[in-house]
Write a protein that binds this ligand. Structure first.
Ligand SMILES: C[S@@+](CC[C@H](N)C(=O)[O-])C[C@H]1O[C@@H](n2cnc3c(N)ncnc32)[C@H](O)[C@@H]1O
Length: 262
């Protein structure tokens, strides 16, 4: 019995451990049980219900999780995970449920941070370390085996400094799972599409939020830009496309990549 199973069993809430988090489907959708104004993630709860998040697709986060193909990429057992832009915490809690030794969940100016992640973590009796910070300026004392960098890349003003920083805080043989909105422009050279409120870009910039950390959009890469970034900063890169990736199949301009430091 691992720590997760023990905690749930002793809480009397549920007896079937980590599988409960990853259980297919849900018994009912519940609207913000903690009275927070918004849930971004469709969060499963131990009683079999799921919190009604903003996406139409109530399985969206599970599809992203499956698309990461974590089990076939070495799993998370005993790994130290950093979830940058953790938001409501679905991926941080999933990582703990999947056997990660420690998970640090980091976010900053998101309106419901850290209220929602704290609520869900408490319900699951899981204990991510919750850090409120901008990862670009945060002084990390630890190094990580796995970094989740999901939906964050295009919120950055400086993707190059960021890749350097991610490399620095990653252990040897560590991996970064990077998910991003992509540019839909078809060109053969690496490009970053600069998001705009006055041009018709793939998503708006949201200039009004430029003063906050990580809310506005900046750069949408094409595939060659991602490959070139990996090349510039000495990562081995794998595209996580493929028949198992229902997430990209259904959201073709959203892609997942695995950057490996080896
Ligand atoms: C689009 S949401 C993605 C949330 C989640 N990772 C997912 O994929 O569902 C982006 C999140 O990243 C956070 N974020 C963006 N830039 C950040 C930064 N520099 N430091 C910490 N958090 C950041 C935002 O506050 C927001 O919660």
């Amino acid at each position: 019995m691992n720590k997760f199973t023990n905690q749930l069993a002793s809480s009397g809430e549920i007896a079937n451990g980590p599988d409960a988090f990853f259980k297919n489907g849900f018994e009912r959708l519940v609207n913000s049980p903690n009275q927070s104004e918004l849930w971004w993630h469709n969060m499963p709860l131990p009683d079999g219900s799921r919190i009604n998040g903003v996406s139409e697709d109530k399985d969206l986060q599970f599809k992203m999780w499956n698309a990461m193909q974590i089990a076939s990429n070495g799993g998370l057992e005993n790994k130290c995970v950093l979830d940058i832009g953790a938001n409501d915490g679905f991926f941080s809690l999933a990582a703990l449920a999947a056997g990660a030794r420690e998970v640090t969940a980091m976010d900053m100016d998101w309106g419901t941070w850290p209220k929602n992640i704290s609520y869900a973590a408490e319900k699951w009796h899981l204990t991510p370390t919750i850090v409120t910070a901008d990862f670009r300026t945060y002084h990390f004392r630890d190094r990580y085996d796995v970094i989740f960098f999901l939906g964050v890349f295009y919120h950055l003003e400086n993707v190059f400094d960021c890749m350097k920083k991610l490399r620095m805080i990653l252990n040897e043989k560590g991996v970064i799972y990077l998910e991003s909105q992509m540019s839909s422009l078809q060109v053969d050279v690496p490009i970053f599409e600069y998001s705009s409120d006055i041009y018709n870009t793939i998503a708006r910039q949201d200039k009004a939020s430029l003063g906050k950390v990580g809310i506005s959009n900046y750069l949408f890469p094409n595939e060659s830009a991602i490959m070139n970034l990996a090349h510039s900063y000495d990562f081995k890169i794998t595209s996580l496309d493929g028949p198992d990736n229902l997430y990209t199949k259904e959201n073709p301009t959203r892609r997942l990549f695995k950057f490996s430091k080896d």
